[in-house]
Design a protein around this ligand. Structure first.
Ligand SMILES: C[S@@+](CC[C@H](N)C(=O)[O-])C[C@H]1O[C@@H](n2cnc3c(N)ncnc32)[C@H](O)[C@@H]1O
Length: 265
């Protein structure tokens, strides 16, 4: 099953509560991976009257965190249990200016054309942290004149991981879902909706897996337990990978990211 496909998210939502545990790292991301940069950039574009949209919000962590800085945030995700959790978390935190809606913005769920669940010219800011990228052709429609789009995205590895070929087939890492994404795809998809790229940043910093167990856990995220070898059966292999490719006992992993910004003029 393709990682980060709709069936993959449907399966993940049954395996764990919320999306955050899948994204949680038990390793050092290194300084400057882009995650903090994204939140800081979004914060700088918010103001008390701002009306904000968010795509692929999962359990709503970003919207809830940023809600005191703007007037209203409407955040959506196609996974119903994530939206239920987001609503519950907002209510527990007594936050009333965030609306969470269950919506699939992809072309195949909207008669062949991607569609954002927002009114025409209703948003000052559209944001997405590692959310889907199919909605770019529709984003100009929902932005007010002068409205901003900010998105943080994952990028494919520059080269195949040197140790990937040593792994059993059930644990092969894959970034097929990121193929073709980057500056050119953003420019092309924005141009379809008559919008242009204002800024583009790329991040490529080393992250370090501390031990063989953390590599195993990292590779298991979102995979079906029936397809996975049990850790004890692959322990020797993982230890050899660490001995062969590790630097001072840690294995380097690069997860590249990019962030982009567009302004509706
Ligand atoms: C990588 S997760 C990021 C979640 C969250 N933004 C974060 O930073 O933790 C991508 C999210 O996009 C959602 N998503 C993917 N395709 C979608 C679609 N077609 N419509 C709505 N949400 C979608 C997934 O359900 C998932 O919650």
């Amino acid at each position: 099953m393709k990682l980060h496909s709709k069936p993959w998210y449907d399966q993940l939502a049954k395996q764990q509560v919320g999306y955050a545990p899948a994204a949680a790292r038990d390793y050092d991301e290194g300084w400057g991976s882009g995650e903090e940069f994204y939140l800081r950039a979004v914060r700088e574009h918010l103001f008390p009257e701002a009306i904000v949209g968010e795509s692929g919000c999962a359990e709503g962590g970003v919207a809830i965190e940023l809600s005191p800085l703007c007037q209203q945030i409407t955040a959506y995700d196609r996974i119903e249990p994530y939206i239920d959790l987001a609503r519950q978390r907002a209510s527990e935190a007594d936050i009333h200016n965030v609306e969470f809606i269950c919506f699939d913005s992809s072309a195949d769920a909207n008669g062949g054309v991607p569609h954002l669940p927002f009114e025409d010219q209703s948003l000052d800011l559209m944001m997405s942290r590692r959310g889907p990228m199919h909605w770019l052709p529709d984003v100009r429609r929902v932005l007010k004149p002068g409205g901003i789009v900010l998105q943080l995205c994952m990028l494919q590895w520059r080269a195949p991981l040197p140790w990937a070929s040593d792994l059993p087939s059930g644990l092969q890492p894959s970034q097929d879902h990121l193929r073709g994404f980057g500056r050119e795809s953003v420019e092309r998809d924005l141009a379809t909706g008559d919008l242009h790229l204002d800024s583009y940043w790329e991040f490529d910093v080393p992250m370090y897996l501390p031990d063989p167990t953390s590599l195993y856990k990292h590779l298991c995220v979102g995979r079906h337990a029936d397809d996975l070898p049990e850790y004890p059966t692959v322990t020797p292999l993982f230890e050899v990978i660490f001995e062969k490719y590790g630097i001072e006992g840690r294995l380097q992993l690069r997860q590249r990211r990019f962030m982009w910004k567009a302004i509706s003029r």
